[in-house]
Design a protein. Structure first.
Length: 405
């Protein structure tokens, strides 16, 4: 593993051979020792630092649009006195945590700058593969994965954990959303959980996994600026969206319990108290300032794309389905992730009642042609499905055959 990773980083391993290695991981999942070796090999290719025994982190395997919880979890956990050097790769499909944070402050910091920020504020949200050179070889494999449109579990696990190892993370809460492309079923989520657990045991990381609902977006916003605005609104005291608040405090609470900062069963409560007291907002402002951003920025200050269009309900009824894949396609058509101000607002989610003519979705873009394409795609894909409560009407006046049943 060291030879493969180091040769790939130096460029002496042909691109075809790198692709062959990635494909082999897709069709034959390596054993736990091999994944652990790959993780260590990736971590060893770059800079490393140990922030101490109370270093924690949170990570999501992805697959759910709008999953902006790190912008809330990091300041909660840092305000509780734990060190949380949060690293996040940039996404080429929708939006990653690094793109969200970049709305507020620079994320491409050197390792020395990261150390300074964390020592000063207890937390950071940074891009590891730029100036910091944390597990830099990982980007080579990620690029090939995107090109081939595959995501082997072994490489995903190694990619996530290599950055944690490089920064001395001792405690990790892992978010595995189910009903997503990476974990389509509960059985898949449990299999992936087991594999992560075994690898973390080999590497000395204490892990807790939260299998979360991934059937619809977290919160209502998709797109870097829109998501960052929504997260800041929660830090500023907004009571909604509930899905964003609940997921953030649950995951933050797990970290507080794992490290003894909260008694077992009370982590969620203490995390919510830190959020509601304003401590998390103050801590986020400290982190933003330390990373070179404006600490006084408010959610209302964040600009969004200048053109917008609504997709409205055609009839009264209830939202019975929200299609994440369709939403991500529409967001990309609008300009996400290249256009940081583009994106979507989902007004109605599953279970909500809607009247004909009410907006289901608002699309934002800085390009009118892109907005038109995204709007046409939304009408074609119907990402938010509205149905009446009566699905089918059957009368005794009509004969119903057994085959029809």
């Amino acid at each position: 593993m060291r030879i493969i990773v180091s040769e790939a980083l130096k460029g002496t391993l042909p691109r075809e051979a790198v692709a062959a290695f990635v494909v082999s991981q897709q069709f034959r999942t390596p054993n736990v020792d091999e994944i652990a070796d790959l993780t260590l090999a990736l971590a060893e290719t770059g800079n490393r630092h140990d922030f101490g025994p109370e270093t924690v982190d949170k990570h999501s395997i992805g697959g759910v649009p709008g999953n902006k919880v790190s912008l809330i979890i990091v300041p909660i956990v840092a305000a509780a006195g734990l060190k949380i050097p949060k690293t996040s790769s940039k996404s080429i499909t929708t939006v990653g945590t690094a793109e969200r944070m970049e709305i507020l402050a620079p994320v491409d910091l050197t390792l020395e700058e990261i150390i300074e920020v964390v020592e000063k504020t207890n937390g950071c949200i940074v891009w590891p593969s730029g100036k910091a050179r944390i597990a830099p070889a990982d980007e080579i494999f990620i690029e090939v994965e995107h090109m081939l449109e595959i995501n082997p579990w072994s490489l995903m696990i190694a990619s996530i954990l290599a950055k944690k190892i490089a920064l001395g993370v001792r405690y990790l809460v892992l978010d595995i959303p189910v009903f997503t492309p990476k974990a389509p079923t509960m059985q898949d989520a449990l299999r992936l959980t087991n594999l992560f657990m075994q690898v973390c045991n080999r590497l000395g990381i204490r892990l807790e996994v939260a299998i979360t609902y991934g059937g619809q977006p977290v919160g209502h916003a998709i797109g870097a600026a829109l998501e960052t605005k929504e997260a800041l609104m929660v830090l500023e005291g907004a009571e909604r969206p509930r899905s964003l608040i609940e997921k953030s405090i649950e995951l933050a609470g797990i970290l507080l319990e794992m490290t003894g900062r909260a008694p077992y069963g009370r982590g969620r409560e203490i995390a919510l108290e830190i959020l509601r007291s304003g401590k998390a907002l103050r801590k986020m402002r400290e982190i933003v300032e330390a990373q070179g951003g404006n600490p006084n920025v408010k959610s209302s200050d964040i600009p969004v794309a200048k053109y917008k269009a609504d997709v409205t309900a055609e009839a009264d009824g209830y939202v019975v389905k929200v299609d994440n894949v369709a939403l991500m396609k529409i967001a990309r058509a609008a300009g996400v992730p290249e256009d940081r101000e583009a994106g979507l607002i989902i007004h109605k989610k599953v279970g909500r009642y809607v009247r004909a003519g009410e907006p289901l979705l608002t699309i934002y873009s800085n390009n009118e042609a892109r907005l038109d394409r995204a709007l046409a795609l939304a009408r074609e894909l119907r990402p938010v499905v509205v149905e009446g409560m009566v699905i089918k009407r059957i009368s005794t006046a009509r004969e119903v055959s057994m085959s029809a049943m």
